[in-house]
Design a protein around this ligand. Structure first.
Ligand SMILES: Cc1cc2nc3c(=O)[nH]c(=O)nc-3n(C[C@H](O)[C@H](O)[C@H](O)COP(=O)(O)OP(=O)(O)OC[C@H]3O[C@@H](n4cnc5c(N)ncnc54)[C@H](O)[C@@H]3O)c2cc1C
Length: 546
């Protein structure tokens, strides 16, 4: 059997991805966008086809956008899905309904994972250089200085395949992680949960409700396309075998659905929440992403989203290294940039899980009082409603440069906003679509060519950086277009860009393909900043000066 069915036998693989879950499929798409030769090896004969992750955040929507697939996935989402934590008597404890969209997408949407996974799979069909081998289990690998040899077991027999790099996206029980000998330290929750997915949603209400009932906490969520998800905490002594019976399910559903109403169950499953992170995410040419690298309770819906963040972070770095635009040490920044953010997500998800799972009346009463007191303070209430508690990527170390940054806190290492802008050819377009999927150097109120010296310009050219001049939309046409199209003029349609630059001391930004600010400076220091960034991706990762 050949590895590449599209491009013919014998082709070398740049990246072998183990696992066709959402993180493996996403990184394959992003690598495809960057033109790399990729093969995804999946042990199963097809995609896993039942609802799993149910919450998609704005960062993940933005990553689907980067992969060119956001229009295809949006029909499988509920934008701005309300998330309400209620007490036993259905009184609000915390209502999460963010109204902002600073990154270009709703801060939280409900979604159907198998359909989003299918969008990712179908997206791979756009690339001649990307393929998926089904029923192909990776059973081992050995690496040397130039690449990795993978052993594949498939129905037609065993074979070996060689790749420059390997991405282990093989889920929570990752054989890749085990083969690398990495510890998966952390904790597992004390109680099991029982999940039931029902077709033809018997309730139909659009939100997601988490009821912190100390007698039996439960979750009721509307999933797109007529699915209702219930999750119930199992009590001590309730076994998995008992939970799977129709009688048990009928007893749990009785308070919600009258016995006469039809209930079309598509999935029932007992599972346990884990809070664990791999000891390392990289060993030589092999990386771990997604559940293979970390697992967390579902309470913030961040297991899925964290994996998508991993895929985005690693993808452009692999592309740079494989194209010879950066040294292999750039790949170390994947772990140094992702680790603390994942830890924060695990901690938040674990903490929320503990609050929801309190199973004694006194503890639940104290928790309810605490949340009512918080809700009485407008700033605290808004903090929760607007989801400002969600840890945002804040990278202190990695492919970043402190050179030229003056603001405190620095915008470097943080996600840049995504307003809707205009260009000379598009009346209204999201910023990322306007500037494209690679690096951008954006200057406010300046032509970047005029403020950069020859050396900085050459460095940017070498890495294919897009030069962007941002200005108020009314100024869009005031001067001649650059004859060689070397600068993209971006008009600030709704004032979001100006407000951002008003709030910061810097006026020139180097935006990475993952839209993290890699460097920021005033106009006079732009060339130094560019050289600083070049060094950061070429040399061992420096500590950022606080
Ligand atoms: C059963 C289950 C239920 C879940 N329920 C929820 C939920 O209710 N809410 C929520 O937010 N999240 C849930 N999650 C978590 C969420 O779905 C995950 O965070 C997300 O799917 C992680 O994606 P991934 O690509 O990292 O791993 P996975 O989706 O687990 O994909 C890993 C893939 O790797 C393949 N694979 C494994 N080993 C090999 C090998 N050796 N060779 C080739 N292929 C291999 C597997 O077959 C699988 O397709 C659930 C996960 C699972 C597994």
């Amino acid at each position: 059997m050949t590895v590449f069915t599209k491009s013919g036998p014998g082709d070398a693989i740049d990246v072998a991805v183990i696992g066709a879950g959402p993180t493996g499929l996403m990184i394959a798409n992003l690598l495809g966008v960057h033109g790399l030769r990729v093969c995804v090896f999946e042990a199963e004969p097809q995609l896993i086809d039942f609802p799993r992750g149910v919450g998609m955040d704005d960062e993940t929507c933005r990553t689907f956008q980067a992969a060119g697939l956001v229009d295809a996935v949006l029909p499988h989402t509920v934008p701005d899905q309300l998330l309400v934590f209620v007490d036993r008597k259905q009184r609000d404890l915390a209502r999460i309904a963010p109204s902002t969209g600073e990154f270009g997408w709703p801060r939280r949407s409900g979604f159907v994972q198998p359909l989003a996974d299918r969008v990712l799979l179908e997206g791979l069909g756009r690339f001649d250089s990307v393929d998926v081998d089904w029923s192909s289990r990776v059973t081992g690998f050995t690496q040397d200085a130039d690449g990795v040899e993978l052993a594949i077991a498939a129905p037609e027999g065993a074979r070996t395949v060689r790749a420059s790099y390997v991405v282990g996206a093989d889920g929570g029980s990752s054989a890749t992680r085990k083969a690398l000998g990495f510890d998966f330290a952390g904790i597992s929750a004390a109680a099991d949960w029982f999940v039931i997915d029902i077709r033809n949603d018997p309730l139909g209400r659009p939100g997601a409700y988490v009821c912190a009932d100390p007698r039996r906490p439960y979750v009721s969520i509307s999933i797109p396309h007529g699915i209702r998800r219930f999750e119930f905490m199992l009590k001590p002594g309730e076994t998995e075998a008992e939970a799977m019976t129709d009688e048990f399910v009928a007893r749990l559903l009785k308070p919600f659905v009258p016995p006469t109403a039809p209930v079309d169950i598509i999935r029932r499953r007992v599972y346990r929440h884990h809070s664990r992170m791999a000891e390392h995410f990289r060993s030589g040419r092999v990386f771990l992403i997604g559940d293979a690298a970390h697992v967390m309770p579902v309470w913030q819906g961040q297991g899925y989203n964290s994996g998508i963040r991993d895929a985005l972070n690693l993808s452009w770095k692999l592309a740079m290294v494989l194209r010879g635009q950066a040294g292999d040490q750039l790949l170390d920044s994947y772990e140094s940039e992702r680790r603390e953010h994942i830890r924060a997500m695990i901690q938040l998800s674990t903490w929320v899980g503990r609050l929801v799972s309190i199973n004694n009346r006194a503890g639940a009463g104290a928790r309810n009082l605490f949340f009512r007191a918080l809700a009485a303070v407008p700033s605290a209430k808004s903090y929760i409603v607007q989801m400002r508690f969600k840890p945002m990527p804040t990278m202190a170390r990695g492919a970043l440069t402190p050179v030229g940054s003056l603001s405190e806190p620095t915008p470097v290492g943080r996600l840049f906003i995504q307003p809707t802008v205009c260009t000379r050819t598009a009346g209204s377009v999201k910023l990322d679509d306007a500037v494209g999927p690679w690096f951008t150097l954006m200057a406010w109120n300046n032509d970047p060519r005029a403020i950069l010296d020859d050396d900085a310009r050459r460095r940017l050219e070498r890495s294919g950086v897009r030069l962007v001049a941002a200005r108020p939309a009314v100024q869009l046409h005031w001067d001649e277009a650059a004859p060689d199209d070397s600068v993209l003029i971006v008009g600030d349609l709704d004032g979001s860009l100006k407000r951002w630059f008003d709030a910061h001391a810097e006026s020139v930004l180097l935006l990475r393909p993952d839209r993290i600010v890699g460097g920021a400076s005033r106009a006079y220091a732009a060339s130094e900043m560019v050289r600083g960034f070049d060094l950061a991706i070429a040399a061992p990762v420096p500590e950022r000066v606080p």
